[in-house]
Each structure stands twice: as structure tokens, then as C-alpha cells.
Design a protein around this ligand. Sequence first.
Ligand code: ZN
Length: 342
Amino acid sequence: MHRPPFELDTLGQLIAAHESVLRHRVLAEIPHLDRTLPLYSVELGSQSPGCPTVLFVGGVHGVERIGSQVILALLTSLLHRLDWDRHLKQLLTGVRLAFVPVVNPVGMLKGSRGNGNGVDLMRNAPIEASDRVTFMVGGQRLSPRLPWFRGHNGMEPETAALVDYVKQLLAGSSSLMSLDAHSGFGLTDHIWFPFAGAHKPIPAVGHVYRLKRVFEASYPHHGHYGLAPQSRFYRTHGDIWDYLVTSHSGAAPFVPFTLEMGSWAWIKKNPRQVFNFAGFFNPQKTHRHHRILRRHTVLMQFMMDLAYARALEGVPASELALATEEAIRLWYSRGPGPAVGT
Ligand SMILES: [Zn+2]
């Protein structure tokens, strides 16, 4: 069986080996046993406050290691391309790339969804769903021993660190597009955007619709993604991206995406994975692992290229209004979907 190294070690080694070209910070030190584990951010490219930013996030749920691995594979590839790739160097003169590949290092070390306190970080932000949430899955305050625990003490250090960092990026960018990589829901790859707690459009929904059309026209053979508001699938309290969208008052367009890799397909092909909790969320066969690590490179490069093209900046108001109408017709004209999911 293919067993990759602990993702935080991989990230630490990448930072050490490429210190001259990347900027890294420790956003928080997360206690674990008698030591702490660092919650790193890494940045490449422009530091100008007037430039667009693309943020890649992984490892919010510790058991979903493949999410971290997809982000780390991207970062590794970019760092090596910097040796020779003049397109990439040019792109980085006009774009900031930010990475938080391992948001929940303790959960990842332990192989648990929640952090060291048993809190599900994606249910832990200070925001209540306004629509009826999915029972249990929507977040619960009964016990940290049950999944989807929201926590009792406000934001956990990991949640607070990610929230603060995204707010800093928003304040210092002309636009922010993010991709938060998860696995475990359904048979196909989904891309979700907020809200998770209400079936209503986010302010940037017109941008989301425009990006969908541009992606479909530019990469017609990469249409394996289902793009929709998360509320179409299940509703939750405490979603970090809901909270960030709601608290963002600046002018910079903010488009947060969640990539939910459809790991049930990996189980269908390899049913023995159901006997292995981590296998439920991660591909176990080497060939499948490689395929998944490369499966999203077009999408991630597309996001970077869009930012370089300033696709979110300066869209004429009339065009954005039209796109918003189309988006509402497409995604909100019928009610939220059935309350199912993980
Ligand atoms: Zn997840």
C-alpha cells in the first residue's frame, strides 16, 4: 500500500529547500502532547496591495490527507518550475499566490477529522446557519467525541489563524479567489461556493457564474466538476468561508471555492477501502493517487491565470448584473436540495 510521508514534514522540507524564493510564516503553534506543531502559510509572487491573490488551502479535516497532498503537489511543481518557466515568473510579477496546505496538523497526524480538541474546524466559525441545517452533519455541541463538533470555546487556534490570514489577504489584494481542498463527498468532483448555512447568493455570485462560463469555454474537456452552492447539498453552522464572506466589507471581489473530491468513486473501484477509515477519504492505490494529484492541475492553473488576467477586477457593472441574474436563475430558482451528506 502506498503510504506518503506526513504532510507537515513535506511542507517543512519544501520551505527549507526553497527559502530564497518563498515567504513563509507560522500563523499559529498548535499544541500536541508535549510540543507544538506549526500552522504554516507560504507565499510566492507579488507583495503589492493592488494585486490579485489566489489562495490554496488543504488539510482542514485531518483525515482528508489527499486535500493537503493536492495543494502540496501544486506548490512543489511551482517551486521547481520557477527554475525555468518564464511564463510562471511573469505571472508572479502580477499575482500573489498564498498557500495554507495543512490547516489542521494535529488532526492530520492523528488521522482524525477534527483537531486535537475534537473540534470540526469547518463547523467552528462564529456564524449560525439561517436555514434548517442537516441533523448532526450541520454541526453539534453535544460532544467532541461525536463528529461535526462545533466546539464550546469560540474559535479554535487553527480556525482563528486561517480567518485572520484570509482577512489580511483580503485587505491587501485587489481580489481574492481561494480553493479549499477536501475529500469524501459523493461519486464525482464537486466545487462548492458559499453559503453553507443559507440557500441564498453570495455577493460575488455573478463572478462565479462568469468564471464557470469561461472555464467551460476554455477547457471543454475538463467538465468533470459539478459547480454549485454548498447549500444545494447540505447545510451547516460555523462554515469558515460563510463567515469570511459575511464579514468581508471591502471592495475586493472575494470568491471562495471548496473542492470536494469524490472519494466514493475510489471506494467503488476498491471496496476494501471501507474497512479502513482513512481509505474512505483517500485513494489507496498508487496509480489512483497519482491520477488524483494531477487531476486538478488544469483547474488550479486556470485560477492563477484568471488572477493574472484580472478577471475579477473591473468587470462592467451591467455585465456583472446580468451574470448575477443568470446565476440566480441557475442555482437558486429551486429550493435547497435534500439534507444528505457527510
Ligand atoms: Zn472535509
